[in-house]
Design a protein around this ligand. Structure first.
Ligand SMILES: NC(=O)c1ccc[n+]([C@@H]2O[C@H](COP(=O)([O-])OP(=O)(O)OC[C@H]3O[C@@H](n4cnc5c(N)ncnc54)[C@H](OP(=O)(O)O)[C@@H]3O)[C@@H](O)[C@H]2O)c1
Length: 299
């Protein structure tokens, strides 16, 4: 397919590379143009403006947060004004339910199609085409996107025709991951303060009842204390925590665990942890227990 790709950060650069590898004709745009260089060498065309990335069958946006997506989608120079009629905007970023609803309305008003397709998996999974895609939108539009999803994902899950439902699923998933980070942080603070080896402990967990990718990935990161460079930066994790709380407030669904984790993020950021991986907040349980794992890295 002829596709534009906007947002070449940790996730977008790997996704765009896989689109090229799978034979799609890819035009890339990034706010910081130098980040497109490696993809140009792999065969991408570089767009000087957002509008130049909107000339194909579809354009994928993979940007940090709501305000980044708003600045790229709306306004005269944005996606909504420049995408061809019946072309598809695929929003892969983790954004609010409210913004996804706004984009669905704007694209419908312009005769364009809109699919929300946020992804699960960290940058290594994006580079290895192992993402899980959660997609929602008009069935014909999602069908048309499948060759793109199959280029960077290992499996696509469809959540009906209301795009914002896919965003809610994504936010609920990150809430679950953050709950695992908190629970692992607490359990590992307990055993490590008693002198047990954290790697052996994670190996035990993930070989028995907790044999799941999320425990393997985050158990490993926490045992290694490997929070830099950030695969998923703490401010982005905090953004998802706030977004799930906003969605829950609208639906009147209390999420007491998410409220606890909100304060974990606030503590991590207040102490200078913005450049760390979001999983670094796991160490706050150890700090509460008098361990000083983060002390060297934080104020
Ligand atoms: N990292 C993960 O593990 C992961 C996994 C699943 C989903 N996600 C979600 O995927 C999205 C991207 O994450 P990421 O880790 O790739 O983030 P990232 O490395 O920080 O990249 C963010 C991208 O957004 C662009 N951007 C930020 N603010 C902008 C603005 N105001 N205007 C235009 N462009 C702007 C950046 O451009 P510059 O290069 O110019 O800064 C960059 O291309 C986020 O919504 C995140 O929550 C991340």
């Amino acid at each position: 397919m002829k596709v534009g790709f906007i947002g070449l950060g940790n996730m977008g650069s790997g996704m765009a590379a896989n689109l090229i590898r799978n034979g799609h004709e890819v035009t890339v745009f990034n706010r910081t143009p130098s980040k497109a260089q490696a993809l140009v060498e792999q065969g991408a065309r570089q767009a000087a403006r957002v509008a130049d990335a909107c000339q194909g069958d579809a354009v994928i946006s993979m940007l940090a947060d709501d305000s980044a997506v708003e600045s790229v989608v709306f306004g005269d120079a944005g996606v909504a004004k420049n995408l061809h009629k019946s072309a598809i905007h695929i929003s892969a970023s983790t954004i609010s339910v409210a913004l996804s609803e706004r984009m669905a309305a704007a694209h419908a008003a312009s005769g364009q199609r809109y699919v929300a397709a946020p992804v699960f998996g960290r940058p290594e999974a994006a580079a290895a085409a192992k993402l899980f895609v959660t997609a929602a939108g008009a069935p014909d539009a999602v069908d048309a996107c499948m060759p793109l999803f199959e280029s960077y994902g290992q499996r696509t899950f469809r959540f009906g025709s209301n795009p914002a439902d896919a965003n809610l699923v994504k936010l609920s998933g990150n809430f679950l991951i953050s709950s695992v980070i908190e629970a692992l942080g607490e359990a590992m603070a307990l055993v490590s303060k008693a002198g047990l080896d954290e790697h052996e402990y994670v190996d035990f967990l993930t070989s028995t009842l907790f044999n799941a990718p999320v425990y393997k990935t985050y158990g490993g990161l926490i045992a290694d204390k490997k929070f830099e460079p950030a695969g998923f930066a703490a401010p982005l994790g905090f953004k998802d925590n706030r977004l799930v709380l906003a969605a829950a407030e609208k639906l009147q669904v209390p999420l007491p665990l998410a409220s606890l984790i909100y304060n974990r993020f606030l503590t991590l950021l207040a102490r200078g942890g913005a450049s760390l991986d979001w999983s670094a907040f796991s160490q706050l349980a150890a700090e509460d227990a008098g361990q000083t794992v983060l002390a060297a890295r934080l104020k």
